[in-house]
Design a protein around this ligand. Sequence first.
Ligand code: HSE
Length: 414
Amino acid sequence: MSKQTKLNIGLFGFGVVGESLWQVIQNNTSLNANISKVCIKHPEKLRKAPRALFTVNPVEILSDESINVIVELIDDANAAYDIVSNALRKGKAVVSANKKMIAEHLPELLALQKKYNVPFLYEAACCASIPVIRNLEEYYDNDLLRSVSGIVNGSTNYILSKIAEDGLDFSEALKQAQENGFAESDPALDIEGTDALNKLTILLTHAYGVVSHPKELTYTGIHHLEEHDAQYAREKGYEIKLVAHAHKLLSGNIAAFVFPQFLKKENALFHVKNEYNGVIIESGLADRQFFNGKGAGGFPTASAVISDLSALRYNYRYEYKKLYNQQPSKLTNDFYLRIYVSTAPDDPIPANFFERIDEWSGNDARTYVVGIVHFSNLVKDTWWKQKGTSVVLLPDAFVTQRVKVKAFEDMLVV
Ligand code: HSE
């Protein structure tokens, strides 16, 4: 595609993000782009754009030769995969924000991009306005990248902020997240941690060349947190956040998971509020960097879509450098974490779950234990996933040695 080629867009979906994108493109002449057709599911809905723009027939867009870019912004991951894979087969460039679809179909999408030699960009799928995918892909060399961790779901962060700061109850905070257009159509994806997990799956590919399925990763969300957990956080001066982690261990393997975590105020993520996301990247030479920005909502997500559309102009595509040009890393469950587990007194924690117990407290209503667990115990057991039990990482959760942030400095001979 040359810099002069007009982007003739076929858009799928006209929800919060689709409509924002349409508004931006209507008012942006420098992009030299036009949305020529929009495929929707419910034609009866009242929409801001002219009726003639819409169709319910995907084929009308996919087989239109004049459409050179497909933007996929629907909420149904299976239908999205059909649309995206068909578009790539037809040689059309594709921009998508569908983290679930991408995370669940990474191998097929990688193969399609190779076979049909077409760009497939999805910056909007991770952390909305924060350009994390392109940064991981282009800026950080695999050998130098120590860790990527962060708050990658805006809705849960919004809910936790509103509960902690405005005293809202969970359902009211969730309702506001939905009304503001932050939450997924099925908000269980947000609160149960699946959305963060899907984003982590994608980040793992661009950070470390790891191609995994979300099902292979261990996670939980914020849905089982209770007032006792919030009280523990208050007593210690912590904030609770849902944090996705990918860390390179000394073995060279990658530890990856999503859990709520108690954070101290010294951690930049402590200060990330409402629908904002925050990503900390640690690398050998740059040390620690922190990206902060809106992680959900129409315009912040549309900003990433716009950036991808504009990248198509200079024929940008992901090279998947860590996967194809370097030795990809492998996931491991062989490491130790410091965690807090809180249960109802009649739901005892299995013997031998913890390697070491550092703190214990119990009364008639609630018991909590803080200690060190081998990660494989969290992977193989499911008892901790039941309602009434909360698992929260401690601020300094890693017990197993990670690759040092300043390893290169230590190696320098002066
Ligand atoms: N539901 C998602 C979130 C939208 O809250 O982060 C952005 O991916």
